[in-house]
Structures are given as structure tokens and as C-alpha cells.
Design a protein around this ligand. Structure first.
Ligand SMILES: CC(C)(COP(=O)(O)OP(=O)(O)OC[C@H]1O[C@@H](n2cnc3c(N)ncnc32)[C@H](O)[C@@H]1OP(=O)(O)O)[C@@H](O)C(=O)NCCC(=O)NCCS
Length: 136
């Protein structure tokens, strides 16, 4: 049975997940600060082992951003990402109840659009908006 817990993971847990999905690892202090600055974090556990994660960042009144949705490769395809996203979308809707004009964004990795479309997200193009851009 998988447990979904609204908590901040340790930097090691976070790095275990990012490394497993090919995103590498980040220095612990930076991870801790990034996670502490999040609005909402949810972890999936199989026993003591973290196997999935997602978080929301943003200003909490106008703009939210979905970040770091990830599931350990051997646990993918079992709806764990779906469970994580459902909790994130519920949290977004909680914010929208208070701040009706609030917008939630995300940057889909290559090939992941269809996963996010299941939760109502549309591309900026479909929304008649300009390109998403990034400064690396
Ligand atoms: C993307 C990810 C979070 C999905 O989690 P998951 O637990 O494997 O997904 P689920 O089992 O909940 O799948 C839900 C649905 O999305 C679909 N889906 C899953 N991964 C998909 C992908 N890469 N592309 C398109 N559809 C996908 C599934 O087929 C399933 O469809 P269904 O409801 O019609 O059966 C997971 O594959 C992952 O961690 N990938 C690596 C990290 C990553 O790229 N994260 C996204 C960053 S933008």
C-alpha cells in the first residue's frame, strides 16, 4: 500500500528521486531552501521508502507553479503520479476558491504533455497565449 503524506522530504529523499528520473542531484542546502520555500509538498511512500513527490510553488494569490512531479521508475505506470497530481490540483482549487483569478502553470518535460492534460492543463498555445520561455 502506498501512503501519500503532505510533508517536506529530506534533501536525500528528494535527490534520490531526481537522480532516479535522470535529473541528477542538487546540493543539500539548496534543496532544503527550495523545499522550505514551497507552498505545498506531497510525498508518496512505500513503507519507509520515498517513491514519489510533487510540489507547488508560487505567490499563493496570483500565480502558482507545479514543480518536480516524479515517481521512481520501478513504480511508474501504477497511478502514483496521478494520485500526486490529484492532491496538487485539489490544493490549486483550494487557492482558487479564495483567489478566483489565480493561475497555475507548469513546464511539462518533453513527452509529458498528455500526462498533465488528464488533469485539465492545456498548452499555452491552446490557451491563445505566447510561448513559455526559460532563462537557463
Ligand atoms: C510523469 C510521471 C510523474 C507519471 O507518473 P506515473 O505514476 O508513472 O503515471 P500514472 O501511472 O499516474 O499515469 C497516469 C496516466 O498518464 C499517462 N502517462 C504516464 N506517463 C506518461 C507520459 N510520459 N506521457 C504520456 N502519458 C503518460 C499514463 O498512461 C496514464 O494514462 P491512463 O490514465 O490513460 O492510464 C512519471 O512517469 C515520472 O516520474 N516521470 C519522470 C519524471 C518526469 O518527467 N516528470 C514530469 C516532469 S514535467
Amino acid at each position: 500500500m502506498i501512503d501519500y503524506i503532505e510533508k517536506t522530504p529530506s534533501a536525500d529523499e528528494y535527490n534520490t528521486l531526481t537522480n532516479s528520473v535522470g535529473w541528477g542531484v542538487t546540493e543539500s542546502g539548496i534543496v532544503q531552501t527550495a523545499l522550505a520555500n514551497s507552498l505545498y509538498t506531497v510525498c508518496a511512500y512505500d513503507g519507509e521508502r520515498i517513491i514519489g513527490f510533487g510540489r507547488l510553488i508560487g505567490d499563493g494569490v496570483m500565480f502558482l507553479y507545479v514543480q518536480d512531479i516524479m515517481v521512481l521508475p520501478e513504480y511508474q505506470g501504477q497511478k502514483i503520479g496521478t494520485e500526486i497530481m490529484e492532491r496538487i490540483v485539489k490544493k490549486i482549487l483550494d487557492y482558487k476558491q479564495v483567489y478566483g483569478d489565480l493561475r497555475a502553470y507548469l513546464g511539462a518535460s518533453v513527452g509529458k504533455d498528455d500526462f498533465y492534460k488528464k488533469f485539465g492543463f492545456i498548452t499555452r498555445e491552446e490557451a491563445g497565449l505566447g510561448a513559455g520561455m526559460v532563462l537557463l
